[in-house]
Design a protein. Structure first.
Length: 159
């Protein structure tokens, strides 16, 4: 979606719910960042805190597989790994309503899966996680009926 939905609508939502201005901006930024995060490998400068889980790549503390969105103009980004790690997880949360595996992956609005994720994020005191989950929650409405994997279930008939 465009910045008007994932940033400004979330910002207005947070304001209407009574969030402070700073907290509302943090939640809205995290929600929009899901569509902006195209970098997959981040090197941590210095020493990360001990409670922060990270990878070690080329003897450097790093975060790997961090992209939550891929470049839609680059064909090579349409690979199974990218679709599993970012497209399904952050944009097409599976609805799990059908018996066929491919159809289970179809995104459905307010599915039990996204409701559980949303409930869990509300129980934690983490505005960034809440913003990320609000992005995925909004996408369940706009992407309903489609899967985050390339599949025949995404074919549009009688348009």
């Amino acid at each position: 979606m465009k910045v008007d939905a994932h940033y400004y609508a979330v910002l207005a939502f947070c304001g209407a719910c009574g969030f402070s201005k700073g907290s509302a901006h943090k939640v809205a930024y995290a929600s929009q960042f899901v569509d902006d995060a195209k970098i997959n490998h981040i090197v941590i400068r210095g020493f990360p805190p001990q409670d922060v889980q990270h990878d070690v790549i080329d003897n450097q503390p790093s975060f790997f597989n961090m992209a939550t969105c891929h470049s839609y103009t680059r064909t090579k980004t349409y690979n199974y790994s990218a679709m599993i790690n970012n497209t399904c997880a952050f944009h097409f949360v599976p609805g799990c309503k059908e018996k066929n595996f491919a159809k289970k992956l179809r995104c459905t609005e307010e599915s039990p899966v996204i409701k559980d994720i949303l409930t869990e994020s509300l129980e934690q005191d983490n505005l960034v996680k809440f913003g990320i989950v609000l992005h995925a929650y909004a996408d369940t409405f706009s992407h309903q009926g489609f899967s985050g994997l390339l599949s025949k279930v995404n074919d549009i008939k009688e348009c």
